[in-house]
Design a binder for this molecule. Structure first.
Ligand code: THU
Length: 134
């Protein structure tokens, strides 16, 4: 198994654990995410819903906020996991949030509800033309 495969497995375990912390009392849909920064540190997040629905924080947004709070500004890998849906991919807003701290090689990894059958997609392919303030 190559080095990347080993750390993706660890990230899936972390995303699974984060998924079990989801505050999802309205949708009942749990999501966990784990992001890896360019210095190899991991940050996790889960969805945090709100009675005012639109204030819900997605798992990926939560993990990215944690990474930035930890002093990192570049994400190399993102794992998104839900035990209720195979290949749970970031929503449009989360693609833009990930993109803010991504480069051309930043990867999104999705898997099945058990954490297997991993599929890897570049953020550039998920969000080919991001909004850029310039
Ligand atoms: N959700 C995420 O956490 N990440 C996404 O990329 C899409 C959706 C959450 C938001 C809400 O709590 C639940 O999934 C159902 O939409």
């Amino acid at each position: 198994m190559d080095v990347q495969a080993i750390y993706i497995k660890e990230m899936i375990e972390r995303a699974k654990s984060a998924c079990s912390s989801a505050y999802n009392i309205y949708s009942k849909f749990p999501v966990g995410a784990c992001v890896r920064s360019n210095i190899g540190k991991y940050y996790d997040g889960c969805n945090v819903e709100n009675g005012s629905y639109s204030l819900t924080i997605c798992a990926e947004a939560s993990a990215i906020a944690s990474m930035v709070n930890g002093g990192c500004r570049l994400v190399t890998d993102v794992v998104v996991f839900s035990n209720l849906a195979a290949e749970c991919k970031p929503c449009g807003a989360c693609r833009q949030i990930i993109n803010e701290f991504a480069n051309d090689s930043t990867k999104i990894h999705v898997c099945d509800v058990d954490g297997y059958n991993i599929r890897t997609i570049l953020i550039r392919d998920l969000l080919p033309e991001p909004f850029i303030l310039s």
